[in-house]
Write a protein that binds this ligand. Structure first.
Ligand code: GAR
Length: 197
């Protein structure tokens, strides 16, 4: 089993879809720790309910990224739980050098658009405002360029007449909940082939 750490700032619906796949034996992994930058995040509550270890990072001086000493703390926590793969599931801070030096090539993110279109926050709103016919979600490797790492998989979602930001985000999230466990399964199988002794 591959040790995966899930990082999130919000409601944790992607985390739950991954935890479900793990518990159904569909994913050769174990969730070793859930980490958040937000002590109030539902993802922490849900992980606690499932008996999965959790950690909350100090919030620091900035809203959109973590100072190097906090990234050091994050790396320390991930190593303490023997993390092999880091899974970002609605983690709303940009990860920088201190983290990437330790975990680049082992960290994936899910983004609610068909990258490279609509990078950044609330990408479903941007897609709706741009009046495009479809959007979707993207799973990609995390690199220095925000939302710009190598794409692993995408899933398309139509934009329907009358869609609101909420209805569109809900449709994208359904696609996310299907895609993330599938992609993680493939990544874990690759990982096991490569590194299992
Ligand atoms: C997801 O839709 C994810 O794609 C998005 O946050 C949501 C988290 O939902 N991530 C980003 O926008 C990253 N830039 P969840 O907490 O229910 O999994």
């Amino acid at each position: 089993l591959v040790n995966i750490a899930v990082l999130g700032s919000g409601k944790g619906s992607n985390f739950l879809s991954i935890a479900k796949a793990v518990s159904m034996g569909e994913l050769p992994a174990r969730i070793c720790v859930v980490v958040s930058d937000n002590p109030e995040a539902l993802i922490i509550k849900k992980a606690n309910e499932l008996g999965i270890p959790t950690a909350v990072l100090p919030c620091g001086k900035y809203k959109t990224w973590l100072e190097p000493w906090i990234e050091e703390e994050l790396v320390r926590i991930l190593k303490e739980y023997h993390t092999e793969l880091v899974v970002l599931a609605g983690f709303m801070r940009v990860l920088k050098e201190t983290f990437l030096n330790a975990f680049e090539g082992r960290t994936v993110n899910i983004h609610p658009s068909l990258l490279p279109a609509f990078k950044g926050k609330e990408a479903w709103k941007a897609a709706l405002e741009a009046c495009v016919a479809e959007t979707g979600c993207t799973i990609h490797w995390v690199s220095k360029e925000v939302d710009g790492g190598k794409i692993i998989a995408q899933s398309r979602v139509p934009i329907l007449p009358g869609d609101t930001p909420e209805s569109l985000h809900a449709r994208i999230q359904q696609a996310e909940h299907e895609l993330y466990p599938k992609v993680l399964k493939d990544l874990c199988l690759d990982w096991i082939k490569k590194y299992a002794k």
